[in-house]
Design a binder for this molecule. Structure first.
Ligand code: PEP
Length: 250
């Protein structure tokens, strides 16, 4: 089993000054701490800057990105390629975040292509899956998650999941302060593992499945006690070094 992963997602927030302070503070607070992997995905404009700071600090914090295109070059105005991210020392790339699915109409099939492009260049996809509040209330959660996973598995094969991270993020819990309970999340994580086990027991046992949705220092430990929860994807609470470090240390 790989180590648990706590990853921050800064979304469209921050500036050079804030990133500088954040990385210096975080690195200091979690120095010598090796119980889990730690990563932060900054806005793409600041990845080069963050990469330089991490290298000066000789930090183990892994640099993350929030999106990538399916192509590595060509006439794709405004896009960022996996190859470019790799050149900036990015290691993990969030794909399929509900904000990209919603505001950029990203389909399961496109996300599966992004997953493929990232793995081909040696980057680790952090595949976000999750249901809306309405789907949850209609009892559609598991079928929605299965569709989101199957699109990736059909294109890339089940073994591709072994070199990826899955982030279960119920959309109704993202940025709302209304986190799932640890028991609710555990139940869904277990169902995700069972779904993967229908393809491969080995992959199901080994894949990292993070929970995401209003995780903060106060509730992180409850989630991390659960058998099938292997870390967290953190939005709001990742913007301050102290609160993010509080989650890492949970
Ligand atoms: C996210 O954006 O992936 C997220 C989980 O946000 P928050 O922690 O703010 O709910």
């Amino acid at each position: 089993m790989q180590k648990n992963l706590v990853m921050g997602n800064w979304k469209l927030n921050g500036n050079k000054n804030e990133i500088h302070t954040f990385l210096n503070d975080l690195n200091l607070i979690i120095q010598g701490y090796d119980k889990c992997e730690v990563s932060v995905a900054f806005p793409v404009m600041y990845l080069d800057y963050a990469s330089q700071i991490l290298s000066e600090l000789k930090s183990n914090i892994k640099l993350g990105a929030q999106n990538a295109d399916t192509h590595n070059q060509g006439a794709y105005t405004g896009d960022i390629s996996p190859k470019m991210l790799k050149e900036l020392n990015v290691q993990l790339v969030i794909i399929g975040h509900s904000e990209r699915r919603e505001y950029h109409s990203e389909s399961n099939e496109l996300i599966a292509q992004k997953f493929k492009a990232l793995q081909e260049i040696g980057l680790t996809p952090v595949l976000c899956i999750g249901e809306s509040e309405e789907q949850n209330e209609n009892g559609e959660t598991l079928s929605i998650l299965a569709k989101q996973l199957d699109a990736v598995i059909n294109l890339n094969g089940i073994n591709s999941m072994q070199k990826a991270v899955i982030a279960y993020e119920p959309i109704w819990a993202i940025g709302t302060g209304k986190a799932a309970t640890a028991n609710q999340a555990q139940e869904i994580h277990n169902a995700i593992r069972n779904h993967l086990a229908s393809y491969s027991k080995e992959v199901a046992e080994n894949v990292i499945i993070q929970y995401g949705g209003s995780v903060k220092p106060e509730n992180a430990e409850e989630f991390f006690k659960m058998n099938d929860i292997n870390g967290a994807l953190v939005g709001g609470a990742s913007l301050k070094a102290e609160s993010f470090a509080g989650i890492v240390k949970s």
